[in-house]
Design a protein around this ligand. Sequence first.
Ligand code: AHR
Length: 689
Amino acid sequence: MQHTHLIRKRLSTLTGLLLAVLGTTANPLLAQTTNSETADSVSNAPPAIPVLQIKADQVAAKVSPMLYGLMTEEINFSYEGGLYGELVRNRTFKANRTNAVYWETAGGAAISLDTNQPLNAALNVSLKVDTSKASKNSPAGIANGGYWGIPVKPDTAYRASFYAKGDHFKGPLTIAIVSTNGETVFASAEVPKISSKWQKYEVILTTGVIAPTKENKLVISTTKPGTFWSKHGTVWFQQVSLFPPTFNDRANGNRSDIMQLLADMNPKFLRFPGGNYLEGNTIAERFDWKKTIGDISLRPGHESPWNYWSTDGFGLMEYLEWCEDLHMEPLLAVYAGYSLRQQHIDPGTNLDSYVQDALDEIEYVNGDTSTKWGGQRAMDGHPEPFPLHYVEVGNEDYNRASQYEGRFAQFFNAIKAKYPNLQVIATTVVTNTVPDLVDEHYYRTQEQMEAQSHMYDDRARTGPKIFVGEWATRIGSPTPNMAGALGDAAWMCCMERNSDIVLLESYAPLFVNVSDLTSTPRGARSMQWPSDLIGYDALTSYGSPSYYAQKMFSTHHGDAVLATDSQDIPTYTWAGGRGRGGGGQTAAPRQVPSLFFDVTRDSQSGLIYLKVVNRLGTPQPVHVQISGASAVESQGAATVLKADKPDDTNSIQEPAKIVPVTENVDGLGTDFTREFPPYSITILELKAK
Ligand code: AHR
């Protein structure tokens, strides 16, 4: 594209100069910036005002209608302790083989895990509770503190349920949400009778006029030590569950506040179930989708590669319903015969059953009800097929590309034979098959993102399209700060400007529970991976500056990329270096732009969206010239995300410190100069005719 070539030329000249005088400030061009990490100080000489020419009548590319999506996996307590509504931690007692972790006793009860009284083959252990010390003054039972707390809100109905059976114990049991110190009972209900055979019990716990808190626990207790004939009662529990009201009132559904944050992004697709979560540490610990569907009490659960247990209450159907609720298309990643500790299946007959599993999974998603797996989906409550256009084979095979070739080809051929219209995505470049798309991942620093902000401008327009299936500017923990959002926005300008070849993009990771950032081992804390888009604890959630940058981009764009030209784009000196995902290469010192833009137009309304990212700590004037439009109204709108400092951020305590503000603006037209604030991302909406 024209503007790219100009910038390139300018940058390469600057880089030459820089290399010649590296370490000096003699060159006035280089003196615009310093070699410091933030590189934000400016020279005394007034820099030339950057000029941006927008050719309103020249479409450089079509914007992919599917460009902005989401990527998700179970990491950082994304579902359990996150999106998934379940409030009880270790509800099936399988998180640890020997101890009932996250459970404690109430009153004088004694508890232990019991493999002799399984609920069924999937939930093959239960919690045995000795009630013989129970009394009116000291009820005996069990308590669970949830995922770093059990939230309560005023006038809210919570669904509690559990399986139980008694021996010399017939009840009653009291189920209550109680403050951690035991002083306040927020809601309680009674199950009068417990059978001697496994049975499911359900009650509704309704709160009254209370202040929202999370320092609470769920307590199930009894005042009866046993029956009339024996005071040595025992009661066994399995699948103890507590759900708040959920988004769209789904019985096994999701937290409304987090769903709303996602809905506000207007995402077009959801890549799931990973990521590493798809692969598992071992083949046995992969995302084995057939074990994640149907009645949740028949799902065995599995250990995740992020070192904590997954009940699989959030399984394949729940991913699909999540898509349905937010009007997203599933982008289904199928297990490709490789797990993280390098267990893998070579191509050939040994791989056939895994390929068949993938075909079955696709049929479960989009087959009609006359098919075996479409029929199963109907029995699981969803007769309507889900829309499906994209299937990804595996995850991040770039380090093992040669052995991926054969595995990919076997999956690709089988999927294409049965579903010729599906777009099949490879996780790295393959040479003996031509995938429809290749998934590229970029976890970068701010400077690296900015340095690659024109990377796709010169990519070949032939061959497979691109899915940037995981990317993030990794600055800030647990969630990225404004510097991260600026790097993200520079990168999103690049992807949007090139979305004729970059068809899909999704930031990763999506979620983090911010309750415990430091405990060891890794699976005990709530964050396994810093810099995540959306943070939450048991009670509230928030979007990071990167979240708001994403939301701004995905909700403000046209369907056509306009041709542009530019001059005098400022640059800063980056000392170079490397970052995760950098392919092991250390970047040489270089000049990097400090202003980024891209321009799209809505062909129906004529509205032009001009995105400008100013990574500098000084206001940046830009002279905008628009040709190819008979007129541009002087009034328009500006949506601006900005911060005082690059490390400013949002948090659970300050969720809205940095949020976009939209206001009507004046002074626009076919030729105008506008100042863009320090550390800012701006989207100008220009009404062109
Ligand atoms: O997003 C976190 C992890 O990064 C993903 O699971 C994996 O695909 C990548 O390495």
